[in-house]
Ligand binder design. Structure first.
Ligand SMILES: [Fe+2]
Ligand SMILES: [Fe+2]
Length: 183
């Protein structure tokens, strides 16, 4: 796989870890018990999922390949609509986390978990392998340069702190030994 795709897959790994925790909290309805962590998760997803990961796909990976095949020209706009749906759910979660009981928050969280799990699976299993076939070395190189410039807005330690956050909430909420390997 090209580096420009590998990096997004690595980002998916961190997202999956955080989503696992959100799933647990939503299913077991333990928002009140973990309210501080849950607020941090919402804040994390707002930045990492919406402003960082989805923005990179939309701004740098998708544009050079959207017209490359009939499948991609249909599926990429659907993925972008998925991103908007995730953002809408996150906006509901940002409001509902302030309310008690947390029923509406759990409902939106579990919808986000399901939505993002199938979105990530679709990218990993169907879309990224297709995109790979259309990425020339020059385009791949350009995308990686664009990622690096973009990543700077999030600070030099963004990946390290994101990984750390994912591991910490897994450890604190799911319990020691619950770490998933990324990717
Ligand atoms: Fe995506
Ligand atoms: Fe993605």
């Amino acid at each position: 796989m090209s580096l420009s795709i590998n990096l997004l897959s690595y980002e998916h790994g961190i997202l999956r870890q955080v989503i696992d925790v959100l799933k647990e909290v939503g299913e077991k309805q333990t928002v009140d018990k973990h309210r501080h962590y849950v607020m941090e998760i919402v804040q994390f997803l707002d930045v990492y999922l919406d402003q960082f990961h989805h923005a990179k796909e939309e701004q740098f990976l998708f544009p050079p390949v959207i017209g490359a095949s009939a499948l991609l020209s249909v599926e990429i706009p659907k993925l972008i609509r998925d991103h908007q749906h995730a953002k809408d759910l996150l906006n509901v979660m940002k409001i509902e986390i302030k309310r008690k009981p947390a029923e509406a928050f759990c409902k939106a969280s579990l919808e986000l978990v399901e939505h993002m799990t199938s979105h990530i699976d679709k990218e990993e299993l169907l879309i990224f392998p297709k995109i790979e076939g259309y990425l020339t070395p020059e385009v791949n190189k350009r995308i990686n340069r664009e990622y690096s410039d973009f990543n700077r807005h999030f600070g030099p330690d963004f990946y390290r702190t994101s990984e750390h956050f994912a591991k910490k909430i897994q450890n604190d909420i799911l319990g020691p030994g619950a770490f998933r390997t990324t990717g």
